[in-house]
Write a new protein. Structure first.
Length: 385
């Protein structure tokens, strides 16, 4: 990177040196050069310089190098503008390069988000002391009066990926701001550029990473529950991000025509995807237990107690529903209703299967015991329906 940058610096120095000399000759001698000649030379040099920069920068994949190059070009343009040379085309090119810089940033942040989500333990954060609590509160805007009153040690409702993702969102905003500086743009233009880039980061990059975490193989119900809790907290923090951008651009968030952040929709979509995955996951687990059902449809009499497969299934559902107590009420209720409905439909299906030609009274008694076990067992669970 250093060598590449030195190459650009040497390139610009030579051009500046040439035109400073030409300008000096123009202003201190008579008859050697005229203004039209110098302007024509500058137009030719400018078009070749821009073409070369476009080609070279298009191969660059390092955001830091593009940022350094942008600063060099600004210095180059401002220097020559001081000698009266028109440099608008250079600033137009820098705005084009900004789109490329934005794309490179999105790729870099995609890797950061993936890493954060892959390495998370999807468990509430244990906090042992007030100092630790303050440290996390400093990383992520979190307010819970009820939790504040609880003694230490205690647990925050979200896992570590919440504060890490929030910090990365702020880092991205800073990276966007760095490029926008010194481009002779108004505060509202800079604010608009940062907000549009942040929206791309939220709706494209972070959204895809969250969907990947939700849909990946072997993701458990506890992890899905934690993702729902985490995205709820991230959604609530969106107005703090709005304030953060306004503070660094000095443009109030309620300014007319100000671009709004789409964070809310990103986190809502992720939450809905996680909810759907929970319903699907639960139904698949129920199906696995039901595959173990082995009724003797011609039994002389019932066993008097619930079938083993069903007792195991009820125990699994009760422990799962206990995890759901951390979910928003409606989600927990829907998950429980969905599971119970699927179970009742599947049990009825067992009874009505085509290869069950005849059913004895004893088999019906056993089946009835199992259905009653479902009712009583799930009624005492954390999610009684």
């Amino acid at each position: 990177q250093h060598e590449t940058l030195e190459g650009y610096r040497h390139y610009f120095n030579q051009i500046v040196g040439f035109f400073v000399v030409e300008d000096h000759i123009l202003h201190t001698t008579q008859g050697l050069v005229n203004r039209a000649y110098v302007e024509e030379l500058w137009e030719l040099a400018l078009s070749k310089t821009i073409a070369a920069l476009r080609t070279h920068s298009s191969y660059c994949t390092d955001p830091d190098l593009i940022l350094d190059l942008k600063n060099l070009i600004v210095l180059f343009a401002d220097t020559l503008q001081g000698y009266g040379f028109p440099v608008n085309q250079l600033f137009d090119m820098l705005l084009e390069m900004r789109d490329q810089y934005g794309e490179i940033l999105l790729k870099k942040w995609n890797q950061s988000f993936r890493q954060i989500l892959d390495q998370d333990n999807y468990s509430p954060i244990p906090v042992a002391s007030p100092e630790e609590y303050q440290r996390i509160a400093g990383q992520f805007p979190f307010q819970d009066p009820e939790l504040d009153k609880m003694p230490f040690p205690k647990k925050l409702p979200f896992s570590e990926f919440v504060s890490k993702v929030y910090s990365q969102l702020k880092e991205f905003i800073y990276a966007c701001l760095k490029y926008s500086e010194d481009l002779h743009l108004s505060s509202t233009e800079i604010d608009d550029m940062i907000r549009k880039s942040t929206n791309l980061l939220l709706t494209r990059t972070l959204s895809h990473c969250l969907q990947y975490a939700i849909k990946k193989k072997n993701v458990g119900l506890a992890e899905l529950v934690q993702i729902i809790i985490n995205t709820t907290h991230l959604e609530q923090s969106c107005h703090y991000l709005e304030e953060f951008i306004s503070n660094i651009t000095n443009v109030p968030p309620d300014t007319i025509n100000a671009t709004k952040l789409y964070g809310t929709s990103t986190f809502k979509d992720a939450r809905h995807a996680a909810e759907e995955e929970i319903y699907t996951n639960l139904n698949q687990k129920i199906d696995q237990f039901l595959q173990l059902a082995d009724y003797d449809w011609m039994a002389a009499q019932g066993g008097g107690q619930a079938s083993d497969y069903l007792s195991d299934l009820i125990a699994f559902l009760c422990s799962t529903f206990a995890v759901f107590t951390h979910l928003p009420g409606k989600v927990a209720q829907t998950a429980c209703m969905s599971a119970c409905k699927h179970l009742s439909t599947s049990l009825l299906q067992l009874l009505l299967e085509a290869d069950v030609r005849q059913v004895s009274m004893g088999a019906l008694q056993q089946f009835n015991v199992d259905v009653k076990e479902c009712e009583s067992g799930l009624k005492t669970s954390s999610c009684s329906v």
